[in-house]
Design a protein around this ligand. Structure first.
Ligand SMILES: [Zn+2]
Length: 312
């Protein structure tokens, strides 16, 4: 059910080595057993690739083939957007700059972080900008982002990319594989539900207002009531604290927001419910832990589920 990174690596090694996938999988498991399970399947796969003399250094990868931990990454993509150049001072007192880009190819899109002043100068001079296709060499994956340092290359490419993937790509993942930051979906059970909290927003600009119902921009306004709720969801690999905003509450059956007795009952009925949750993994700065901001919830489609099980 999870579109695994492992499958992708397996496929790449199979293609490059000519061995079949079962054989590679067997070698990977043997390597892991030898290392007493101290290494992930992905890590063991990279060792096997090295032992087979395979190197992906010179190879251009597609964006959906980029995996956390990969080094010396080469990829081509079109710039969908870029952030303003931001300056910062390191703890040592050095001045630095950073720029974030989103690049896309036909398979996916990814955030690219530029740290090298020579690369950033290309952007400041307007030589590289939105809509341009760029060729990246020797980048490093940090979590789900591609980082370019002074040893990396960035240049304009003459390649024309057609049908690039502009939409946000949501990956199906186990909760234990959630990384920061990430757009993911997971099928999980609701194991804990907290009481919804209410607040008010300005009916004009939808910004939060206090109990006095005064908006900074619109003055005294007629407020709209909003709710936010915390859940803990668990998919069997791990659990995660999740945040659910107003629009999502009705999708899990929290409809009686003005009737506290009914609401309590509806909250009770959530426990044990299994659904597909999509959203963003973020760090909660207050608790300093990961949290999942849910922006979509789907019922489990039993037909799809059966079809998926039959594939296995
Ligand atoms: Zn307002």
């Amino acid at each position: 059910m999870v579109e695994g990174n492992y499958e992708k690596i397996l496929e790449k090694i199979a293609r490059a080595s000519g061995l079949d996938r079962e054989e590679i999988d067997r070698r990977i498991e043997a390597k892991r057993a030898k290392l007493a399970g101290l290494i992930s399947r992905e890590g063991a796969a990279q060792i096997i690739a090295a032992e087979l003399g395979l190197s992906f250094d010179k190879e251009k990868l597609k964006i959906n083939e980029l995996l956390p931990g990969m080094r010396k990454v080469n990829v081509i993509g079109q710039i969908l957007s870029l952030s303003p150049v931001r300056g910062f001072t390191t703890k040592k007192g050095d001045e630095g700059k950073v720029v974030n880009l989103i690049i896309a190819d036909e398979t996916s899109n990814i955030k690219v972080v530029l740290w090298d002043t020579n690369h950033i100068a290309l952007i400041e001079k307007g030589e590289i900008g939105e809509g341009h296709v760029v060729e990246i060499g020797n980048g490093s994956m940090r979590a789900n982002e591609l980082h370019l340092g002074s040893f990396s290359e960035l240049k304009k490419s003459k390649e024309i990319l057609e049908k690039i993937m502009k939409d946000k790509v949501v990956k199906e993942k186990n909760i234990s594989d959630f990384t920061l930051p990430d757009s993911v979906s997971t099928r999980a059970f609701i194991v804990q539900a907290f009481e919804p909290k209410f607040f008010y927003v300005c009916s004009e600009c939808k910004k939060k207002v206090g109990e006095d119902f005064v908006c900074g921009e619109h003055g005294k306004i007629s407020p709209e009531k909003r709710a936010v709720m915390n859940l803990v969801i668990d998919d069997g690999t791990e659990s995660i604290r999740s945040v659910l905003f107003h629009e999502q509450l009705s999708k899990i059956g929290m409809t009686d927001l003005d009737n506290s007795e009914q609401l309590l009952k509806q909250k009770q009925e959530l426990l044990g419910k299994e659904m597909v949750f999509s959203g963003e993994v973020r760090i909660n700065k207050f608790f300093n832990n990961q949290e999942f901001i849910i922006d979509n919830i789907q019922e489990i489609n039993s037909d799809e589920l059966i079809a998926e099980l039959e594939k296995k």
